[in-house]
Design a protein around this ligand. Structure first.
Ligand code: PGA
Length: 258
């Protein structure tokens, strides 16, 4: 089945308010009416609402990079799903490898966060991926399976349908070293088959699986030619207007005339 391409920019811990609003504004001018792919910007918490106000009359949507699972309470420094939703965001990146590595996130915290955001009607972008060491030891599929089992534990097919999965091999993030389209496709196909076996084929057919890790204007087209790659979670190349716009356009250049 045809899954609509989805390109999300993960701005990580970059950009002050002025910088974020400027970038978002320039993206609205260039791709604010682009209908061939879903587009989301995921800036840091402090600028979520400013970016929202900049993009709200365009097709571009908003996502956060993290969330806490409780709805409110004495959790100094944390932000709840309702607070994220209140900014205008529709998506939340969950379990990014940088959060797993630097902030002790695990499949179990990912599971709680996914549950909390689904409950409030936000769409989680659930990140999974192996380290270089794990790949070299031929453990990639085991790691992916464990992350899927742990992150999605207890969910029904409908919950999973309302999620996006991002396969991000850790060795390809911010390194300039992209997985080859074949390496990425192998894991994407594995994920889709796992979803089919665990849930239903209509779930696995409909869910979008993004690739992330050094996506650039030059490599997105080839990645998107693969059957099971439905889009990208873009870090570094989403921080500049020209490269992000080219990624969005190149992602669909084989299927439409832009
Ligand atoms: P990168 O980051 O595109 O800079 O490799 C991707 C990500 O971390 O989501």
């Amino acid at each position: 089945m045809a899954r609509k391409p989805f390109i999300a920019g993960n701005w990580k811990m970059y950009k002050t308010t002025n910088e974020a609003v400027e970038l978002a504004g320039s993206l609205v001018k260039e791709i604010g009416k682009f209908v061939h792919a879903d587009i989301a910007l995921c800036p840091t918490y402090t600028v979520l609402n400013d970016v929202y106000k900049t993009i709200e009359n365009s097709v571009i949507t908003l996502g956060a990079q993290n969330v806490y699972w409780e709805s409110e309470g004495a959790y100094t420094g944390e932000i709840s799903p309702i607070m994220v939703k209140d900014t205008g965001a529709e998506y939340v990146i969950i379990g990014h490898s940088e959060r797993r590595k630097y902030f002790s996130e695990t499949d179990s915290t990912v599971n709680k966060k996914v549950k909390a955001v689904l409950a409030i009607g936000l769409t989680p972008i659930i990140c999974i991926g192996e380290t270089l060491e794990e790949r070299e030891q031929n453990k990639t599929m085991d790691v992916i399976k464990t992350q899927l089992e742990g992150g999605l534990e207890g969910f029904a097919a409908l919950d999973v349908l309302n999620s996006v999965i991002a396969y991000e091999p850790i060795w390809a993030i911010g390194t300039g070293k992209t997985a080859t389209p074949e390496q990425a496709e192998e894991v994407h196909a594995f994920i889709r088959t796992w979803l089919e076996e665990k849930y239903t084929s209509s779930t696995s057919d409909q869910i979008r699986i993004l690739y992330g890790g050094s996506v650039k204007p030059e490599n997105i087209r080839e990645l998107m030619q693969k059957e099971n790659i439905d889009g990208a979670l873009v870090g570094g190349a989403s921080l500049k207007k020209d490269s992000f716009v080219s990624i969005v356009k190149n992602a669909v250049s084989d299927t439409i005339k832009t």
